[in-house]
Design a protein around this ligand. Structure first.
Ligand code: ATP
Length: 440
């Protein structure tokens, strides 16, 4: 039974829209040149008898004071007609899709502005790509996923900067809650299950009571399994690339989303530990070693390392994670090397030497902490390797360049790893003694 008063399931009639003056906030939030463009669009909209609105994530982020420059504009009227005038008058590049009633303009700065005609969408079956019909801004906003994404700021010349809140989006942002707009939302589009946990995790919001109940029902009904696999891929990839990826994964686990997507999924203490360590390891590798980590592949591996490879491959293929496959393969091919870990760092170095950084990121999250620390230590030393001694030093010491150089440099480095050589001075000393270079 829905408690409409408490959970306020929105119907288009019930809530009175709120209008707020956001002119100044808009100007503070967006760069001046973008504001000038919005004003130009607003003038053309007015002249054409249309109304234009900034909508979606950017409005939510203006309210939440978060950075965002994804500019989405909805036109009550005809977006393509408006874009043609706007782009031609300013000599901007543009293109449009008549069928979808959408268009995009690229400013000389490279910034892109997306336009769409206000529309209703008709879904013929859960997860289907919808059919599109012209509609009012309110109807356009009503089809969105969550109330926090339903805010609009009008940019039409005669009402520039007015924030319009039809569905209590402002209240939900203030209360930190993710709420769908109507009971059928998850059935209409099961991908919203993934979006709900992504936004909840990203912003640290809770999922509204009724929304939570309907989300659980949708999961129980296996609706995610009928969602288009490409869209699932997109949402999972976004999630794993979020700064709060681990929080999102916990929510996916709590709502049994992962159990549904991944066969034989288990979330035990070990996995929780691996996921937490992975989050820190990603930062370590990116900051210390300047390596752009493939977060998607690494989180997928963290969720599935227990499965036989062929089952993981089935999942990865079904959801089009081709990069992921590569990482799984590499991890399984080197995993066995770590059954017995040598005492000496030089020997451990020989084991990890040719392993790709992305695989090391995962290994360092998965292997016992003291081994990971040693691997990180070795990688840091490897970074310092050039400061220790170089081929040039060998030349200056009087050695003739030859393949032997590499062997000598490797030898010095291995001794450095084991603490037998501590610095450049000791390295030079060692060389002089060993190769009797001071006699040359
Ligand atoms: P982000 O900050 O991650 O870019 P966003 O809110 O801008 O998030 P997009 O995925 O770019 O999200 O989508 C733009 C807008 O389109 C959203 O604000 C949302 O209102 C709407 N939207 C996106 N996906 C859905 C969906 N599955 N169902 C309903 N509305 C959606």
């Amino acid at each position: 039974v829905f408690d409409f008063e408490k959970d306020i399931f929105i119907t288009r009639e019930r809530i009175k829209p709120k209008y707020l003056n956001y002119r100044e906030k808009l100007q503070q939030h967006l760069p001046d040149d973008v504001i000038q463009e919005l004003k130009k669009i607003g003038v053309i909209a007015k002249r054409s008898g249309f109304r234009a609105y900034l909508v979606g994530g950017i409005v939510r982020d203006i309210v939440m004071k978060r950075k965002n420059l994804d500019i989405d504009i909805i036109v009550e009227g005809d977006a393509i007609e408006l874009v043609k005038k706007y782009a031609k008058e300013n000599n901007y590049r543009y293109y449009y899709f008549e069928e979808f009633m959408t268009a995009q303009v690229t400013l000389p700065s490279g910034l892109k502005i997306d336009f769409a005609t206000a529309r209703k969408e008709i879904y013929e079956y859960p997860g289907a790509y919808p059919k599109v019909r012209k509609a009012s801004i309110k109807e356009d906003l009503y089809r969105r996923d969550f109330t926090i994404n339903t805010l609009a700021i009008e940019i039409t010349e005669d009402n520039f900067g007015t924030l319009i809140d039809f569905f209590n989006g402002l209240r939900d942002i203030k209360d930190k809650v993710i709420r769908i707009l109507h009971q059928l939302s998850f059935i209409e589009d099961p991908v919203r299950i993934l979006r709900a946990v992504r936004f909840a995790g990203r912003f640290g919001f809770k999922i509204g009571k009724m929304t939570e109940r309907l989300l659980k029902l949708a999961v129980d009904e296996n609706l995610l399994l009928v969602a288009p696999t490409g869209r699932v891929n997109t949402e999972l990839s976004y999630s794993f690339n979020e700064e709060k990826a681990t929080e999102i994964i916990y929510l996916m686990n709590r709502y049994k989303i992962l159990h549904q997507l991944i066969p034989e999924f288990v979330f035990d203490d070990k996995r929780e530990e691996v996921i937490n360590r992975l989050r820190d390891m990603i930062v370590t590798f990116e900051i210390f070693f300047g390596h752009k980590v493939d977060r998607v592949a690494n989180y997928l591996l963290a969720l599935m390392y227990h499965l036989p490879l062929d089952i993981s491959y089935q999942f990865l293929e079904r959801y089009h994670f081709s990069n992921g496959k590569q990482l799984f393969k590499l991890f399984f091919s080197v995993k066995g090397r770590f059954r017995k870990i040598p005492e000496k760092n030089s020997e451990l170095y020989m084991i990890i030497k040719n392993i790709k950084k992305d695989v090391l990121v995962f290994l360092c999250s998965y292997l016992p902490a003291e081994i990971s620390e040693r691997i990180i230590y070795i990688l840091k030393k490897e970074e310092e390797r050039k400061l220790l001694i170089t081929g040039n030093d060998l030349k200056e010491l009087g050695l003739k360049p030859s393949p032997l150089f590499k062997e000598i440099l490797d030898e010095i480095f291995l001794k450095y790893l084991d603490g037998e050589i501590k610095n450049r001075r000791e390295a030079l000393e060692y060389l002089k003694n060993k190769y009797k270079l001071n006699e040359i």
